[in-house]
Design a protein around this ligand. Structure first.
Ligand SMILES: *[C@@H]1O[C@H](CO)[C@@H](O)[C@H](O)[C@H]1NC(C)=O
Ligand SMILES: *[C@@H]1O[C@H](CO)[C@@H](O)[C@H](O)[C@H]1NC(C)=O
Ligand SMILES: *[C@@H]1O[C@H](CO)[C@@H](O)[C@H](O)[C@H]1NC(C)=O
Ligand SMILES: *[C@@H]1O[C@H](CO)[C@@H](O)[C@H](O)[C@H]1NC(C)=O
Length: 369
C-alpha cells in the first residue's frame, strides 16, 4: 500500500522556504505493511535520498490491515516506542531500503491486537557543498566536464593560452613554452556549451578559440562549480517542426527560465537524420523573450519549433527547441493541495510533430530522470 501525501505545490513552496537549509524535500510518501511473518517494508526514492519522518508499529484505527483479523482489532491506541530508530538506522540517507516487519517484533505494545507498520518518509536532495572544480587540458585535447547526477555545471572561468612554463610542457621545445603571458578568456565560447548541463565536452584548439599566441603550445583551463538542479525545474525539448505543449498542474502557471532554438549536441533529435544535419553543435539562438511572451502566467501554452517562428540560426542543420521552465503555484492553491492523490503528475507535455520526411517526435522529462 502506497500513497502519495505530498504534493508538487507544497514541495515547491517548501523549496523556497528551505533555501537556507541544506535539503530540498521532493516528495513525502506513506507506506503501510501488515504485520505478518515475511512481510517486507520497502521505502524508495526515485530522486534524492530517504529521511524517515514518522513510524508506527501498532494500531491506531480499525481499518488498516483488518481483513481476516476482526477478532484482533480492539486496541486502537497502540504504538511501540523506539520503532522509528529501527527504520531510520536502515533507511536514512539511502535511495531505497527494505526492512522485514520481524525486526519490529522485539516487544509487543498490545498483546492480542493485530498490528501494522506504517511509516512516512521524505525524499530529499542534498544541496551540494559548492566546491570549485577545475580542468586543464593541453592544446588538441578535449576537456570533459562532469557533475554528479542531479547537478549542473556553473562556469567560473575559462581561459585558453599559457600562464606558466610547466603545464603541458612535457616533450615540448623551450620555444613553445616560454611565453607565459598569453591568455584569452573563452568564457563566451564555453558557457553556452556547458552552463546548466550535467556534462559537456570542449576541444582545446585554435579552431575553437582563435590563436592568442602563435608558436606557443597552449592549454585550456576551465574552473566550474557543480550546483544542484532545482527539482522544480522542468525542461521540454521538441525537435524542429514539432510543437511543445507546456502545461502545469491545477492552480499553477508557467514561468519560463530560458528557451533556445538550435543544436548543442549531436544526439538530441538525431534518429534517422543524416550526419550533415547534426554535426553543427555550435548553433544556439536564445528565444527566451519570445517564449516568455507566449507562455508566462498561462497554465498551458503551445510553442512550435520552426524557422518561421524563430528564424534559422544555422541553415542545413536539423534543430530543436529547448524550454526550461517552472510551474509556479498560485498562492491560494498551495494551501489546498494537501489531500492524498494516487499519483501526481509533475507536468504534462504534449508534442505534435508535422508529417514530413525525417521529422522526429521526441518526448522527454526534465525531472525524475
Ligand atoms: C493513547 O494512549 C496514550 C498513552 O499511551 C494516552 O496518553 C492517550 O490519551 C491515549 N489516547 C486515546 C485517544 O485514548
Ligand atoms: C487474535 O485474537 C485471538 C483471540 O483473542 C488470539 O488467540 C490471537 O493470539 C490473536 N492474534 C494476534 C496476532 O494477536
Ligand atoms: C569558487 O569560485 C568562485 C569564482 O571564482 C568564487 O567566487 C568562489 O568563492 C569559489 N568557491 C570556493 C568554495 O572556492
Ligand atoms: C544533449 O542535449 C539534450 C538537451 O539539452 C540533453 O538532454 C542531453 O543530455 C544532451 N546529450 C549529451 C550527450 O550531451
Amino acid at each position: 500500500m502506497l500513497s502519495f501525501v505530498g504534493s508538487i505545490c507544497l514541495a515547491a513552496a517548501a523549496l523556497q522556504v528551505s533555501a537556507v537549509s541544506s535539503y530540498f524535500p521532493v516528495s513525502t510518501t506513506k507506506v503501510t505493511t501488515c504485520d505478518s511473518l515475511g512481510n517486507v517494508h520497502r521505502l524508495s526514492c526515485d530522486y534524492g535520498v530517504i529521511t524517515v519522518q514518522t513510524v508506527l508499529y501498532g494500531r491506531m484505527n480499525k481499518e488498516t490491515c483488518s481483513e481476516g483479523w476482526s477478532d484482533n482489532l480492539s486496541d486502537i491506541n497502540c504504538s511501540q516506542k523506539d520503532s522509528a530508530d529501527v527504520l531510520k538506522k536502515s533507511c536514512d540517507g539511502k535511495t531505497s531500503c527494505e526492512v522485514a516487519v520481524n525486526a519490529f517484533r522485539s516487544s509487543d505494545p498490545c498483546l492480542g491486537t493485530y498490528k501494522y507498520l506504517e511509516s512516512t518518509y521524505g525524499c530529499f536532495i542534498s544541496a551540494p557543498t559548492p566546491s570549485n572544480q577545475s580542468s586543464v587540458v593541453c592544446e588538441h585535447s578535449t576537456a570533459h566536464l562532469r557533475c554528479d547526477q542531479g547537478q549542473v555545471i556553473r562556469l567560473n572561468s575559462a581561459s585558453y593560452g599559457r600562464r606558466d612554463s610547466t603545464t603541458c610542457s612535457a616533450g615540448r621545445p623551450q620555444s613553445q613554452i616560454q611565453n607565459t603571458n598569453c591568455e584569452r578568456s573563452v568564457v563566451d565560447k564555453v558557457a553556452p556549451v556547458c552552463n546548466d548541463e550535467n556534462s559537456c565536452s570542449v576541444r582545446a584548439t585554435n579552431t575553437e578559440f582563435g590563436d592568442p599566441c602563435s608558436g606557443t603550445y597552449k592549454y585550456l583551463h576551465i574552473s566550474y562549480t557543480c550546483v544542484t538542479k532545482e527539482p522544480s525545474d522542468l525542461s521540454s525539448v521538441v525537435c524542429e517542426k514539432s510543437t511543445a505543449h507546456l502545461r502545469c498542474g491545477q492552480g499553477q502557471v508557467i514561468l519560463v527560465k530560458s528557451a533556445e532554438y538550435g543544436r548543442r549536441n549531436s544526439s538530441t533529435c538525431s534518429a534517422g537524420r543524416p550526419q550533415s544535419q547534426l554535426q553543427n553543435t555550435n548553433c544556439v539562438r536564445s528565444v527566451t523573450d519570445r517564449v516568455k511572451k507566449i507562455c508566462n502566467d498561462h497554465s498551458s501554452c503551445f510553442v512550435s519549433a520552426s524557422n518561421s517562428d524563430f528564424g534559422d540560426p544555422c541553415y542545413g542543420t536539423y534543430k530543436y527547441l529547448k524550454v526550461e521552465y517552472t510551474c509556479k503555484c498560485l498562492a491560494a492553491a498551495a494551501l489546498q493541495v494537501s489531500t492524498a492523490s494516487p499519483s501526481s503528475a509533475l507536468s504534462t507535455t504534449k508534442v505534435t510533430t508535422c508529417y514530413g520526411e525525417g521529422n522526429l517526435h521526441r518526448l522527454s522529462c526534465g525531472w525524475m530522470n
